[in-house]
Design a protein around this ligand. Structure first.
Ligand SMILES: Nc1ncnc2c1ncn2[C@@H]1O[C@H](COP(=O)(O)OP(=O)(O)O)[C@@H](O)[C@H]1O
Ligand SMILES: [Mg+2]
Length: 268
């Protein structure tokens, strides 16, 4: 996996503290156990969490908040409690994916008070959680999260789109074993500007399949450029539908409060 230095450093620090948690705990120092991963889709948040679990040889559990939050506050709180019971009882890595749903689903709620209670019960559970399990929250929309929330995590790790250098590495690593000696890297990397790691990996796989099915191991600049172009098409359509579906874009918060404002008010 290809990561910016700072991201890698922070992930390694979590691993180190988790691996030697007994040592830290004898000095009353809690190991890092609660991390928030922030960054655009396809930048490696889920993949890193899987890697953490793998390195620690712990099971990975993913909690989709989208499905957990219902319009009944009591039911939501009860489900959250079950999740945190499991976190206490079974050591593992627990990924709260699409973490912004805790605010994004607010139109389902009857009023601001209920949303505030979901968030505050989450924060309460989070605060009480022992540092034996690792709790990872991931979001593509940090702007939907309340700043107060960031402080509850031991680390906030920021992912980004690949720099030119990392994009180049990503291409080379995914095309390893194929003949890329004729590839004009400058134009390929240039065309991948604003592409995510996920887009680059997919484009490489498309180009590799094309080569292999054509009974050659030669990957050309043209196939790579075309594959990138195809990915961009897919992403453009996805982004458009997301925009329409995003409740934060609509001023329909409870009692006429805009969604953004109502979320910000939760922490006050
Ligand atoms: N930093 C990275 N290095 C290498 N491959 C990556 C990276 N980030 C994403 N990918 C590729 O994209 C796929 C999707 O990434 P994922 O971790 O699900 O992104 P996110 O959770 O940030 O939306 C991964 O399975 C992997 O193939
Ligand atoms: Mg993800």
């Amino acid at each position: 996996m290809i990561l910016p230095k700072e991201v890698e450093r922070k992930l390694r620090r979590v691993l180190r503290e988790q691996r030697q948690q007994a040592k830290l705990l004898t000095h009353a120092l809690p190991p890092r156990a609660k991390v928030l991963l922030v960054g655009p889709p396809g930048s490696g948040k889920t993949m890193s969490t899987r890697a953490l679990a793998g390195e620690l040889r712990l099971p990975l559990f993913t909690i989709l908040l989208d499905g957990l939050i219902t319009k009944f506050m009591g039911e939501t709180a009860a489900k959250l409690r079950l999740v945190f019971d499991a976190i206490r009882e079974t050591r593992g890595v627990y990924l709260f994916d699409e973490f912004d749903a805790i605010g994004g689903q607010r139109t389902l709620m009857n009023d601001v008070g209920e949303i505030r209670r979901v968030l505050s019960s989450f924060l309460h559970f989070l605060e009480d959680a022992e540092p034996t399990s690792v709790i990872v929250a991931a979001t593509n929309h940090p702007d939907l999260l309340d700043p107060a929330l960031f402080r509850r995590f031991d680390d906030v790790i920021e992912y980004s789109l690949p720099t030119e250098e990392l994009a180049r590495k990503a291409f080379r690593s995914r095309l390893q074993g194929l003949d890329t000696s004729d590839v004009d890297w400058q134009s390929v990397v240039g065309a991948a500007k604003a592409s995510s790691f996920a887009d680059i990996v997919k484009a490489c796989e498309d180009a590799a399949k094309e080569a292999i099915l054509g009974d050659t191991d030669v990957v050309t600049t043209e196939t790579l450029l075309r594959a990138l172009e195809d990915r961009r098409g897919v992403r453009g359509r996805r982004a458009a539908s997301r925009w329409r579906a995003d409740p934060a874009a609509l001023p329909i918060g409870p009692r006429g409060v805009s969604a953004e404002t109502s979320l910000r008010r939760l922490s006050q």
